[in-house]
Ligand binder design. Structure first.
Ligand SMILES: Cc1cc2nc3c(=O)[nH]c(=O)nc-3n(C[C@H](O)[C@H](O)[C@H](O)COP(=O)(O)O)c2cc1C
Length: 214
C-alpha cells in the first residue's frame, strides 16, 4: 500500500452557513443530492447503510436512495437479507452519503419501517424485467455454492414468469428511515470544517439547528 499518511487532506470547495441552509433537513439533503447529480458525482444517490444485529454488532453496506421527503429516506432491498434481519431486531439505522468531489458528507440516523406494499409494488413495476426476475432469483445474503446455481435460479424464475407481469416477491420491498438527526459536513481549509446538525425536537416536531466543532 502507498503511504496513506501523506495523502492530501485539505478542503476548499465550499462553505456551509446557517443563513443558507433549508429549514427542513430533508430539503437541504435534496439540495445536496441535486448538486451531486449536477456535478456528475459518481453514484450520487448511493449511501452507506449501517445496521446493528441483535448481538450488538454493526455492519455497513451501500444501498441506493430511491425516495426522499418529509417522511424520510427510502431504499429497496430483500427483507430476509442480513440487513433485513438486523432491522427486524433493532428497528433503527444510520445512513451516510459521501460526495468526495464536493467535499461533503451527510449523516442521517433514525427509526426504520417498511413502506406500504403498494409503494414497493409501484417501484418494483418501474424496474426492468431482468431486475425483477433477479429479485426473485436471489435469496440475498444466503450462501451460494456456485455462480451456476444463481444462473439456474434466474432461469427458473424467468420460466415461472414468462411475460412482463412479474409480481412483487413477498420478501422484497422498501424501508423508510424516519430521521431524528441529520448532520451536514462541508470540508474547509485547515481542518476547520463546517458541521451543522438538525436534531428533531420531540415536543413539537420542529428541527433544532446546531453547529458542531469539526
Ligand atoms: C453502488 C451500490 C448500490 C447498491 N444498491 C443496493 C440497493 O439499493 N439495495 C440492496 O439491497 N443492495 C444494494 N447494493 C448491495 C449491498 O451493498 C449489499 O451487498 C446487499 O444489499 C447485501 O447486504 P446484506 O447482506 O448486509 O443484507 C448496492 C451495492 C453497491 C456497491
Amino acid at each position: 500500500m502507498n503511504d496513506v499518511t501523506s495523502l492530501r487532506t485539505d478542503y476548499a470547495k465550499g462553505a456551509l452557513d446557517e443563513a443558507d441552509v433549508a429549514a427542513a433537513p430533508h430539503e437541504q439533503l435534496a439540495r445536496w443530492v441535486d448538486e451531486a447529480v449536477a456535478a456528475n458525482a459518481p453514484e450520487p444517490n448511493a449511501m452507506a447503510l449501517t445496521t446493528v444485529a441483535a448481538d450488538g454488532k454493526p455492519s455497513s453496506r451501500i444501498v441506493l436512495l430511491r425516495g426522499l421527503d418529509a417522511e424520510g429516506l427510502v431504499f429497496y432491498t430483500n427483507y430476509e437479507s442480513r440487513k433485513g434481519e438486523d432491522l427486524a431486531a433493532t428497528g433503527c439505522a444510520a445512513l451516510l452519503f459521501f460526495w468526495p468531489t464536493l467535499e461533503r458528507q451527510v449523516r442521517v440516523e433514525g427509526a426504520v419501517s417498511r413502506v406500504p406494499t403498494a409503494v414497493s409494488e409501484a417501484y418494483f413495476r418501474s424496474r426492468p424485467r431482468e431486475s425483477r426476475i433477479g429479485a426473485w432469483a436471489s435469496a440475498q445474503s444466503q450462501p451460494l455454492a456456485t455462480r451456476e446455481e444463481l444462473a439456474r435460479r434466474f432461469d427458473e424464475a424467468d420460466a415461472r414468469y414468462p411475460g412482463e407481469d412479474v409480481p412483487l416477491p413477498p420478501f422484497w420491498g422498501g424501508y423508510r428511515v424516519v430521521p431524528e438527526r441529520f448532520e451536514f459536513w462541508q470540508g474547509r481549509p485547515s481542518r476547520l470544517h463546517d458541521r451543522l446538525v438538525y436534531q428533531l425536537k420531540t415536543a413539537d416536531g420542529a428541527w433544532a439547528l446546531q453547529r458542531l466543532m469539526p
